[in-house]
Design a protein around this ligand. Structure first.
Ligand code: ADP
Length: 902
């Protein structure tokens, strides 16, 4: 430390110690030489430490140049021209800001150091720093704001403009600062802007004022401005924000336009357009259409629930649909919607979910009235069904062919062709065309499909599935089917007709050829009597060729006297419509020969029954007529001969009549004779037998052995004779109708018991068995007891007579409406050849066995007659050597039968 310093210190002692400023001394290198207490305090160093420091250790590096400049200044000019500010680093690392001023320290006129005084400006510096930072922040903010920030004084002079002004109006802020903004407002907006400025003055605020500002290039920019009045540094300032709203306006305009457009579309649409909210209530409706279709006005709808208008049957579905629409964003539905008159319309509804600006989900509903369409569809369906039914029921085959393929075939067509429906659909029609016709049909089809005018109705041939030929008449028309041309063909089966036609032709040919070949004449005339047909025979008969005859009139050919007659006949046939009787006509042949024919006249009708002429069958009777004339000549002679013969015959007949009478008489006589004769014979015969008995009993004296034998013979012959006579008597009486039956109830058991006992000696004598079957219980039969006994007796005695060993059986069968009795023996039997014989009177089988047995040959004939008289039947079976069975029946209800017979 030099003197000078001490001196200086001494000099400024008070200042040094008492100063609030930092006071220090340093040399030109910055090395501290001295410092007051405040300096030490502010920097945090002690005296010793500070004396080892240089101020380059304390000030920041960027200030070093400035600091040395100040040192140089002081050294070179002897004084510091301006105070300087430094930032010093304190011992604890903090900073302190100081403002210094230096004075040179001289000794002997020579500057050796600097005496510095520094004020602590740290607080001010920090405040300044903060301000700067804040300003920087706002500046950046302002610069980045899309709006223009403007600051004006109350005289409207522009004090500040944010750089955004360039973007919006094309001016740099500096160009406008100092001028007034209203110069740039659109003249039209100016009065309004002035008006609003007053408001600003009154209230201190301005709310969204819209005006147009002129751009540097002359066009106007839509802006909106708002601002407030502030007090800044004690002065009133207006700070405002100007926003470019061109885009916004454009957007709004566009939105408006678009809204308008859609509103117009909606209002002018032919569909019903409505907006429905989540409560199913109408929020919007395009009125015009609703009025037109439903008769309701907008107000009838808005706020109302859809269900008020929907058909009760459709409500549930509609609710579901809306729910779905809200859930999935889309809906399609078909509902009946009521109009003001209560009539329901079918609406086809399509809906789309959308979210409105309030974030609420709604459904935009577009509905179309399809009532007419639906009704039309219904009608179409009905009509289609009707036509379908007609087509399906039709007897004709109906098909639709498109691109050569069957697209539709009706059942009749399937039936006609034998194919199944699915075998035809989508298959070529060609499989069905008969090979004979295919070329023609295909050609027609192709030409028709390209639009040529081809005949629509013609006959052709089809071939069925099983190869059968089908004659058809077709009717073809071109139609539009599924949007494309197709061929509608109707097939009428004419196979039968063709067959008939064929048959008719054949038959006609046949008859023609018959007509040509018959040996009779045939010709046809028209109503005027002109020949239309003549057969070979008739033309030959007339001697005129057939072709020459055609066109000739019949009247020209017949002789005069027949013309009238024929005319009469034709007229009558025509009028009465019945064939004429046969008539004879005389004609003169070209060679003058007279000919006669016999003919009939018939009406000729066409297929509709219309009279178109006559036909006649003729026969040449010229020869016959000649013969007849000849025959007449002989007739007289014949008559005489016949007369004679007749006389002869009559004589013979009367002779025979006489014989016949005699025969009848003889027959009656025979019966009477037989009856009376038998009667007359019985008396002497009884006498003979009676007297023979007396002789045999030796009543008139003894007889010798020979006499005895003769007498026995006489007796048995007599008895036989008597039997024979009885039989003859019987049969005579029956034949004479003298025998009457006396019916009564008979106890069959006792009746047969009597018979049994009367025949018992006979079968016992021959050692034959006798059995009765079928008579366990009491039975009663209605018959003549005497005659019934006779029947049984005859049959049973025959059985015994013609049986030598074995058994006789009487079988009784108690049947429902008759009795059946069987007499069965094990005897000799009857040969087949004699079956017819045994019921004949006096006939017996001529065999040794039979001859050996006595008999009359009358037993069976009488038996049969008696059975018949009872209303019964008799038959027999027999085998030679084995036996015979005689069967007879007696009806139960003879009485009834007798009555019936009467
Ligand atoms: P008759 O017995 O008196 O000869 P019928 O009229 O009763 O006469 O019988 C006719 C004939 O029929 C007999 O002669 C006999 O040839 C034959 N005939 C009848 N009954 C029998 C019988 N049961 N078996 C075999 N032949 C019979």
């Amino acid at each position: 430390m030099t003197y000078s310093l001490e001196l200086a210190r001494e000099k400024f002692k008070d200042l040094f110690e008492l100063s609030l400023d930092l006071i220090y001394v340093h040399d030109f290198r910055g090395k501290f030489l001295d410092a007051n207490e405040i300096t030490l305090e502010k920097l945090g160093y002690n005296r010793e430490e500070i004396n080892n420091l240089s101020f380059n250790d304390l000030i920041s590096k960027d200030q070093l140049t400035v600091a040395f400049k100040a040192l140089t200044e002081i050294r070179d000019f002897g004084k510091q021209i301006t105070p300087r500010e430094y930032r010093l680093k304190k011992k604890n690392g903090d900073f302190i800001y100081i403002e210094t001023y230096g004075i040179p320290l001289k000794e002997d006129g020579k500057i050796f150091g600097i005496f510095g005084i520094a004020r602590d400006i740290t607080e001010r510096m920090i405040a300044e720093q903060k301000l700067k930072e804040s300003e920087e922040k706002y500046r950046r903010l302002v610069n980045n704001i899309t709006d223009i920030i403007i600051e004006e004084d109350l005289n409207s002079k522009i004090l500040y403009l944010s750089p955004k002004i360039f973007e919006i109006l094309g001016y740099q802020p500096q160009e406008l600062i100092g001028s007034k903004l209203y110069k740039y407002i659109h003249p039209k907006d100016f009065p309004m802007a002035v008006e609003r400025a007053k408001e600003l003055v009154n209230t201190g605020k301005i709310e969204a004022l819209r005006y147009r500002l002129r751009h540097k290039d002359g066009h106007y920019v839509e802006t909106s401005a708002k601002g407030t009045i502030y007090k800044i540094n004690g002065k009133n300032r207006y700070i405002g924000v100007i926003r470019d709203i061109t885009e916004q306006i454009k957007a709004t305009q566009k939105l408006k336009e678009s809204e308008e457009k859609y509103r117009l579309i909606s209002e002018n649409a032919n569909d019903l357009i409505a907006v429905i909210n989540q409560k199913s209530k109408f929020e919007y409706i395009n009125e015009k259409i609703h009025i037109k279709i439903l008769g309701f006005s907008k107000d009838d709808f808005i706020g109302k629930s859809t269900s008020e208008f929907i058909h009760p049957d459709d409500i549930n579905n509609t609710i579901k649909s809306f729910k779905k629409g809200f859930e999935y964003g889309e809906l399609i539905d078909l509902v009946r919607f009521k109009d003001k008159n209560g009539i329901y319309h079918w609406l086809e509804v399509r809906g789309n979910r959308f979210t409105d600006q309030d974030g609420e989900m709604k459904i935009l509903m577009i509905a179309r009235d399809i009532t007419e369409k639906k009704e039309a569809a219904q009608k179409l369906k009905e009509s289609e069904e009707k036509y379908r039914a007609v087509v399906e029921q039709a007897n004709d085959g109906i098909v639709i062919i498109q691109n050569d393929l069957f697209k539709y075939v009706n059942p009749s067509f399937c039936k006609m062709t034998g194919y199944r429906h699915e075998e035809l659909i989508d298959n070529s029609y060609k499989i069905l065309v008969h090979p004979e016709a295919i070329n023609e049909v295909a050609d027609r089809h192709t030409r028709r499909m390209v639009g040529e005018d081809i005949v629509k109705t013609y006959d052709t041939l089809l071939i069925s599935k099983n190869g059968k030929r089908i004659d058809v008449s077709v009717n073809v028309s071109v139609i539009i089917y599924n949007g494309k041309p197709a061929n509608l063909t109707i097939f009428h089966n004419i196979t039968e007709r063709k067959k008939m036609e064929g048959k008719l032709k054949e038959s006609e040919e046949k008859y023609r050829s018959i007509l040509e070949n018959i040996e009779e004449g045939y010709f046809e005339l028209d109503l005027k009597g002109n020949f239309t047909f003549v057969n070979e025979y008739h033309s030959n008969f007339l001697g005129i060729p057939k072709d020459k005859l055609i066109g000739y009139n019949y009247a020209d050919l017949v002789d005069q006297k027949y013309k009238k007659m024929l005319f009469k006949i034709f007229t009558q046939v025509y009028r009465e419509e019945v064939p004429s009787a046969t008539f004879d006509v005389e004609v003169t042949r070209y060679d003058g020969v007279k000919l006669i024919y016999e003919g009939t006249c018939n009406l000729k009708l066409d297929s509709n029954g219309k009279k178109i002429g006559f036909y006649s069958l003729t026969r040449d009777i010229t020869e016959r007529k000649k013969m007849e004339a000849l025959r007449e000549k002989f007739t007289e002679q014949l008559k005489i001969e016949v007369g004679m013969k007749t006389k002869e015959l009559q004589e013979i007949i009367s002779q025979q009549k006489l014989y016949l009478e005699q025969i009848i008489k003889a027959s009656q006589f025979k019966t009477e004779f037989m009856g009376s004769m038998s009667h007359e014979l019985r008396t002497p015969l009884n006498a003979i037998i009676g007297f023979t008995d007396l002789l045999l009993e030796s009543s008139y004296g003894p007889v010798n052995e020979d006499q005895f034998d003769f007498l026995k013979d006489i007796k048995s012959s007599g008895e036989h004779l008597l039997y024979m006579i009885d039989q003859i008597l019987n049969i005579s009486r029956i034949e004479a109708g003298e025998l009457n039956l006396r019916f009564q109830e008979i106890n069959l058991k006792s009746h047969i018991a009597q018979i049994k006992s009367s025949i018992q000696p006979m079968y016992e004598k021959k050692k034959l068995e006798f059995e009765i079957i079928g008579l366990d219980t009491d039975k009663s039969i209605y018959a003549d007891p005497i005659r019934l006994k006779e029947i049984f007796y005859n049959l049973l005695t025959n059985a015994i007579k013609f049986t030598n060993k074995g058994k006789i059986t009487l079988k009784i069968l108690d049947k429902e409406d008759q009795w059946e009795f069987q007499v069965i023996d094990t005897g000799i039997g009857i040969m087949k050849k004699n079956f017819d014989l045994i019921f004949k009177e006096f006939k017996r089988v001529e065999s040794p066995e039979v001859i050996a047995v006595l008999g009359s040959g009358l037993g069976l004939p009488i038996t049969r007659k008696l059975v018949y008289m009872h209303g019964g039947t008799i038959s027999f079976t027999s085998e030679i050597g084995k036996g015979s069975t005689f069967i007879f029946t007696i009806p139960r209800n003879i009485e009834q039968k007798n009555q019936e017979l009467e």
